[in-house]
Design a protein around this ligand. Sequence first.
Ligand SMILES: Cc1cc2nc3c(=O)[nH]c(=O)nc-3n(C[C@H](O)[C@H](O)[C@H](O)COP(=O)(O)OP(=O)(O)OC[C@H]3O[C@@H](n4cnc5c(N)ncnc54)[C@H](O)[C@@H]3O)c2cc1C
Length: 390
Amino acid sequence: MYQFSDFPWPPSVTDDFPTQQEVLDYLRSYATHFNLIPHINFNSRVKGMSYDGPSTDAWSLWNGTGEAFPPQGKWNLTVENTETANTKVYTVDFVILCLGRFKDVPYIPKFPAGEGPEVFQGQAIHSMKYSAMENQKAAEFVKGKKVVVVGFGKTGLDIARECAHVNGPENPCTVLPKFDMVPPHSLSQDMHSGLIMYLPNPENFFDTVKEGSIKLKKSPSFSFYEKGVLISKDNTKVEADIVIFATGFNGPKKVKDIFESPTFGQLIEGTPRVGLYRECIPPRIPQVAIIGFSEGLSSLYVSESTCRWMVGLLEGKFKLPSIIEMDKDIARWDQYMKQVSGEYYHLSSLCGAEIWYNDQICKDMGMNPMRKKGLFSNLFQPYGNSDYAE
Ligand SMILES: Cc1cc2nc3c(=O)[nH]c(=O)nc-3n(C[C@H](O)[C@H](O)[C@H](O)COP(=O)(O)OP(=O)(O)OC[C@H]3O[C@@H](n4cnc5c(N)ncnc54)[C@H](O)[C@@H]3O)c2cc1C
């Protein structure tokens, strides 16, 4: 599923779980093959963007017209060169934000005064800092140390495995999941919220637990003491030299912060689930699209469809419905997500609904959503990115 529709993986990669390097090589070769590199300004950070155009309050249609490019309105982007610290302002007609949700703005749980990392004599860091280290540096950082990893998501599992590899059963890494291997919510909620993707690769992970290199300690809540962490449930203490928060990122805040206007920012962060029409268009922010915020079982599967749809909109192949209609569509989707994902509905996951989503995209673009030949194939054969290739 993690494959561009027009760019197969090389035959040399046969494993179901390609390595980090293989994924990087695949993405690099895609960019080289389609000559994308010359179009990218590396070392550029957008510090903020401001809208210069008519007031958006009275519009019943997005941008006033339902089209990508209205007669008036520009965005000014202040861009910093991260090597020279020089800034430059770019004026553009349309902005597509692909900021990613799993980077840059760490989420760290809050602790009452005197119970947080400030009382801990070891080092408490967010996974972002650990991930930024070169492999060798990261290995040296944890070598021979008592490491506690907070969180049982993708990042937590990856870090725990790396620590286990360096330190072995003599110096096990303790992982603090919120719940047992059998979580309190249903498998269906796990599936729809995307939490199912956090399931460890059983082959390696459980072997490492069995050999004692990783210890799992259920901890719905915990606090710090001088020498480690204190698990509230049973008052047990886990000694640590290093505590790594693999507690995720605050994606909505990252998107919100890029808007200089607090009003636009509030439209992004003001609801528990970021409201995007077709998981892409903020109905009340003009000339802006956000891609990559909603994830599916494979992010490429969803992002590629959204990109194709976006190009159709930019080319004027279709118009958007009224803002009220878009709001209604978002509310319907919210309702559905609440039903199927429960308390995790805010995660902007499309897991399990990718085909439904792609159906909408195809209909908007005037394409037949039944992409395979024959009813039997459409009903029973799995759909992948290549089915949507034009
Ligand atoms: C541990 C882990 C495992 C994962 N495993 C999978 C997997 O197996 N399959 C899968 O499909 N997905 C997986 N994901 C999700 C993964 O994040 C996405 O697949 C993919 O990286 C999303 O791509 P993106 O381009 O949307 O965002 P990103 O890859 O996060 O890229 C966003 C880019 O925007 C840049 N940026 C941010 N703010 C600014 C700014 N102000 N100015 C300029 N640039 C900015 C960032 O520096 C970054 O380069 C995983 C994530 C994690 C953390």
